[in-house]
Design a protein around this ligand. Sequence first.
Ligand SMILES: Nc1ncnc2c1ncn2[C@@H]1O[C@H](COP(=O)(O)OP(=O)(O)OP(=O)(O)O)[C@@H](O)[C@H]1O
Ligand SMILES: [Mg+2]
Length: 331
Amino acid sequence: MTAPVLEIRSLDTILHTPDGRRLHILRDVSLTIAAGECLGVVGESGSGKSVLARTVLGVHPRTTRTESTGAVLLDGEDLLAAAPRRRAALLGTGIAMVHQDPMTSLNPVVRIADQVTEAITNRRRLSRRARLRTAAGLLAAVDVPDPDRRARAYPHELSGGLRQRVGIAAALAGDPRLLLADEPTTALDVTVQRTVLDLLDQHRHNRGLATLLITHDIGLLYGRAARIAVMYGGRIVESGATEAVTRRPAHPYTAALLQSVPRVTGPLRRTLPAIPGSPPDPADPAAGCPFTPRCAAARTVCATKTPPVHHPGPGRTVRCHFPLDTLESAA
Ligand SMILES: Nc1ncnc2c1ncn2[C@@H]1O[C@H](COP(=O)(O)OP(=O)(O)OP(=O)(O)O)[C@@H](O)[C@H]1O
Ligand SMILES: [Mg+2]
């Protein structure tokens, strides 16, 4: 087996907020992504998906001091131990990110050409003509029509779908090994969502890009992410092949998430799961399993003891005292 592009080992991330709170956001997160593979990360709002992506990218809000322990290995190099200059050099070239809303990640007063070519111009100077030509090529590769004209445009002159293509072109410009896509299509309408995800799939295949695809919506992962990691309260509570996990979930939280995904696809699909109760407070280091207050199957031990990791099938993990039965019935 070839070494993974990304390997995260026992990652914990603590945020120290400006008002003095200590928030333990990620707890004992481990995962791997191989070249050309897409790992889907799902979980409801506040489960730590974006903090995970930002920890891998190494970019956090300036006002919040961030402390991480464990290891984040990119092609075997530990990013948590890397010098700030080394990390900066990897931005765009080793790791790139596609954000949820390109309107907030793109600079409104800078032409598309200059934003799309940033990962290149950070390393070497390009003339204005070369920037326009390079940008048009990058835009054409993500199927932006009339790329020469769009390269000269400003973000507000483009539709949401086109702006997200620009975001993807900018992310791919530095030819990264790893792409972090944090809810890349949530801001788009359903028909545009699919074409943008197909585009990401196409580049993943052609370039052997390792991809971490974050979403609220398990339905988006079918046929795209071979493996899935389900996050709850900053932990990966279940992981494995998407097909196996979604057919026979082992964690009661995964089962609840799946029940909240309607069978229909298309415009009626909801993206927000409706599981009664609220997620755990990261400022409160409660003992036991964080899903206990919302879990129909919880028993006394769940509230007091951290659940062990079980392996309910090949390549699968689940953190639960009483995992659901994943064996196919003989009938
Ligand atoms: N800069 C910050 N300062 C304080 N708390 C933060 C900060 N960033 C994230 N958090 C907290 O960390 C937790 C995880 O946040 P995160 O943004 O990773 O969730 P998420 O899974 O991406 O949710 P969503 O689906 O809404 O995007 C939340 O409780 C959030 O309030
Ligand atoms: Mg998020």
